[in-house]
Design a protein around this ligand. Structure first.
Ligand code: ZN
Length: 157
C-alpha cells in the first residue's frame, strides 16, 4: 500500500476513534449486549432497535477502549443501520474474513460500498492482537441480535 493511502486510512480510524458516531445510550432498545476484549481492555455495549421485519432501525453504542475498537464500533453503527439482521451477519462474516485472512482484498468486497469502507480496518490482520479489537463490536452486535447479554473475545475467534 502507498504510504499516502496508509496515512489516509489511519486518519479515518483516528477520526472515528476521537468522534465516535452513534455514541449514546438509547432509552428503550429492543436488544443490547456487552462485549469485552480482556487482551486490550476494550469494553462496550451495543444497543439495537430491531423491527418486526428484522430490520435494524437504530444502532448505538457506549464504551471505552483503544482507537481501533472505538473506530470499528463507530463505523459498524453507520453501516448496519437500516440493514436486516441477516445482512448484518453477512457483513460481519465478510469483515471477519477481511481481518483474518492474509490474502489482500476479499473478492466478496467488490461492489459493496460499505464493505469497502471497512477495508480501512483490515490492516489489523498484520497484528493478530488487534484483530480482536476490530471484531469486538461485531461479536457484540451479533450477541445482541441473538439475545446473548455478554460476550468476551476470550471465548474464541
Ligand atoms: Zn483494543
Amino acid at each position: 500500500m502507498l504510504d499516502e493511502l496508509r496515512e489516509l486510512y489511519q486518519e479515518v480510524i483516528l477520526d472515528h476513534g476521537k468522534k465516535p458516531r452513534n455514541f449514546r445510550r438509547p432509552e428503550h432498545p429492543t436488544n443490547e449486549a456487552a462485549g469485552r476484549n480482556p487482551l486490550c481492555g476494550d469494553q462496550l455495549v451495543i444497543y439495537l432497535d430491531i423491527a418486526k421485519d428484522g430490520r435494524i432501525t437504530d444502532v448505538a453504542f457506549v464504551g471505552k477502549g483503544c482507537a481501533i475498537s472505538m473506530a470499528s464500533a463507530s463505523m459498524m453503527t453507520e453501516i448496519v443501520k437500516g440493514r436486516t439482521v441477516d445482512e448484518a451477519k453477512k457483513l460481519f462474516e465478510s469483515f471477519h474474513r477481511m481481518c483474518t485472512h492474509d490474502h489482500g482484498e476479499s473478492p466478496e468486497a467488490d461492489g459493496d460500498e460499505d464493505i469497502e469502507k471497512l477495508q480501512v480496518l483490515s490492516g489489523v490482520r498484520q497484528f493478530p492482537v488487534r484483530v480482536k479489537c476490530a471484531t469486538l463490536p461485531w461479536h457484540t452486535l451479533s450477541a445482541a441480535i441473538e439475545g446473548v447479554k455478554e460476550v468476551s473475545t476470550e471465548a474464541g475467534g
